[in-house]
Design a binder for this molecule. Structure first.
Ligand SMILES: [Zn+2]
Length: 659
């Protein structure tokens, strides 16, 4: 008695990618509804099943659909926006500011459609995503007909879709509640990374994922810097740290894991975490090469992902699979490591398991979802074909096939591509709409790049803050007479500090932009030990605002903020035309004189060797106030016995320039 099914795929080389690596040629696959009923030798399948719809595959390979284990699909719209930069400059300097400005439900929908079109063409049937407005991504994916793990991002700073982490956590909860059990979408939550999340966020997202028994998607140990910082701040590497935050209470999908040791691998194994290996992204951002052969030997589920198309820059899984195999060989010096069959397994069954979806997809087996692709082995770059060793088919696909060899794609029993024609998307329309976004983003960045201030605001997330100071600076021979005078006068000392100051000035071609000063203050205690380090960023106006009698200056700084990034970051982000370094030893007094607070600085400028200076300063807010303080500053000079000293009407920067 023959059993009726909806579709029979016949005359194919069927690579099931199941645990035993069954392959059948000629093979056949029987499908009913969204499910694979059977895969096996064609003669057996034909005897067991009847159908109204037999599809002759013409000798092509039938494979389980590829699983892109880590990506950020809407970033197709940011592809090519900024390249050849370090991860922090790329992410904090470009991606995040542009995302804050442009990412909306419309943006993610279009970006998702473009990504789906590209991924279907490269044989991907399921992807693991992490982005903002993830529910809109899920909707767009369902409309296309693809399968996805969609993870709503949670970060410690405001995001395009939330003002606070509580808000994004709330929307992640709503999203998971609404979508859990959907036939195509697995909803999930994504604490972005340990360095962009607080321990509170890691704990809260993990308990949310555990509560609903859905995966948690995150980035772990991507760069050596991340691991170094974690060691410095927490005294341990990344994996033990997140374990301590109970992250592994959830089913984790961890992208990257480039810099982990064997102990950390065992922790991940014990936690049943899945890993997404992203070879192109790791190479392009110079993050390193993940030790995936070792992970697979230990039994970890390691999938392959493209990462976001802004850091790759494409979504071509064939390229990733080949690169995964080549890198493992090249870096181990062993050509037998990560053979083609294993690499292809990473992109199918192991990838599905890494997404915690191994029970649904990843191999062509009875009961699994009908997610499969047809690959044409006949193009010239793939000819000829040897049949002596049936396993040669894996090598042929991994080392010679290209994404363009994928001719047909089925997800959940539905054809999304037939004979290289997309069934659910219009590529020409998508390209037109993408170009419109590119034009708007170009305009935004061109405007931003025109001004140092707007570039500062773009990364600082802070508003412009202007401040004015009345100041006078004089040259002195020695600090001793000043210190003695300070003690002997009615000047009340409120606070006293000693520090080493390291200033780096960024100077720009256009002097009207002003100068950007990166200042590191090392606080020094009585014994001369550095007790605290503070970094600040100040944008100094191009010129003095006003000069009072007796060469008291009114100066203006247009922006002042704690420096949250490294000097190297700012250097690469602002790209100044040249730089100047000034180092000084500073004794700073906060004093009160005539009911007004002043700073008295006694500086010894050691780099370059400019000598000693006395500086008196006070913040001011109005012209009237400035006039009054200017007069008091002159009195103070007299009290300190420096009234006749040589006035330096320029700041150190200008003094050096003049030398
Ligand atoms: Zn990523």
């Amino acid at each position: 008695m023959m059993k009726p099914v909806d579709i029979l795929l016949t005359n194919a080389l069927v690579l099931t990618m199941d645990e035993a690596y069954h392959l059948y040629e000629p093979g056949a696959v029987a499908i009913t509804g969204d499910t694979i009923v059977a895969a096996g030798p064609e003669s057996e399948i034909r005897q067991a099943y009847s159908t109204q719809q037999t599809i002759d595959c013409g000798g092509k390979v039938v494979l389980p659909g590829l699983v892109n284990a880590h990506t950020h699909v809407p970033m197709t719209l940011l592809r090519g926006l900024a390249d050849d930069l370090r991860l922090d400059v790329w992410l904090m300097g470009f991606m995040m500011p542009v995302e804050r400005e442009f990412v909306s439900p419309d943006f993610v929908r279009l970006g998702t459609q473009i990504a789906c079109a590209e991924m279907i063409r490269s044989g991907v049937t399921c992807f693991a995503d992490m982005y903002y407005f993830e529910e809109d991504i899920a909707k767009a994916t369902v409309d296309v007909g693809m399968r996805a793990l969609c993870a709503q991002t949670v970060l410690k700073f405001p995001t395009p879709d939330a003002n606070s982490y509580e808000e994004s956590l709330g929307s992640a909860r709503d999203f998971i509640q609404r979508w859990k059990g959907h036939p195509l979408i697995v909803p999930s939550v994504a604490p972005h990374a340990p360095y962009t999340c607080t321990s509170e966020i890691l704990r809260a997202t993990s308990s949310l994922a555990a509560e609903f028994d859905v995966p948690l998607h995150t980035h772990l140990s991507e760069t050596s810097l991340e691991v170094e910082n974690m060691r410095t701040e927490q005294g341990m590497p990344v994996i033990p740290y997140v374990k301590k935050q109970n992250l592994f209470d959830a089913k984790v999908l961890a992208a990257h894991c480039v810099h982990i040791d064997e102990g950390e691998m065992r922790t991940l194994l014990h936690a049943k975490a899945g890993i997404a290996h992203n070879p192109s992204s790791n190479l392009k951002l110079a993050s390193g090469v993940a030790p995936v052969s070792k992970m697979i030997d230990l039994g970890l589920n390691v999938g392959i992902g493209t990462d976001g198309p802004a850091s790759n820059n494409d979504l071509d899984m064939f390229e990733e699979i080949r690169l995964a195999a080549f890198l493992a060989k090249g870096f181990s010096g062993d050509p037998t490591s990560l053979p083609a069959r294993t690499a292809l397994t990473m992109a199918t069954r192991l990838g599905a398991q890494a997404l915690h979806m191994g029970h649904l997809i990843g191999s062509l087996e009875a009961g699994k979802r009908a997610d499969l692709i047809l690959v044409d082995l006949e193009p010239i770059h793939n000819a000829p074909r040897f049949r002596r060793d049936p396993n040669a088919a894996y090598a042929q696909i991994v080392y010679a096939s290209k994404a363009t060899d994928v001719s047909d794609v089925m997800v959940n029993g539905r054809w999304l591509m037939r004979d290289r024609q997309l069934a659910t998307l219009n590529e020409a329309d998508l390209i037109v709409h993408a170009q419109e976004f590119a034009r708007q983003i170009d305009t935004f960045l061109i405007q931003r790049e025109q001004s140092v201030l707007s570039k500062l605001i773009a990364i600082g997330g802070a508003a412009e803050e202007e401040s004015f100071e009345v100041q006078v600076k004089v040259r002195i021979e020695s600090e001793q007479p000043i210190l003695e005078a300070l003690d002997a006068t009615p000047i009340e000392i409120l606070r006293q500090r000693h520090y080493h100051e390291y200033d780096t000035y960024f100077i720009f071609e256009d002097v009207e932009q002003g100068r950007l000063r990166y200042r590191e203050d090392d606080f020094v205690d009585i014994q001369g030990h550095v007790t605290n380090v503070r970094s600040r960023l100040t944008l100094l106006g191009p010129a003095r605002e006003h000069q009072f009698p007796q060469e008291v200056l009114l100066s203006r700084s247009r922006y002042l903020a704690p420096a949250t990034h490294t000097l190297r970051f700012y250097r690469e982000y602002f790209n100044p035309s040249h730089e100047l370094e000034i180092v000084k030893d500073r004794l700073r007094f906060l004093v009160r004189y005539s009911g007004t607070e002043f700073f008295i600085n006694i500086d010894h400028v050691t780099k370059p060797e400019l000598g000693r200076f006395l500086e008196i300063k006070s913040r001011t807010w109005s012209r009237q106030d400035a006039d009054r303080k200017s007069a008091l500053v002159v009195q103070l000079l007299g009290l300190l016995g420096a009234a006749d000293s040589e006035r330096v009407t320029k700041d150190y920067f200008e003094v050096i320039q003049a030398v």
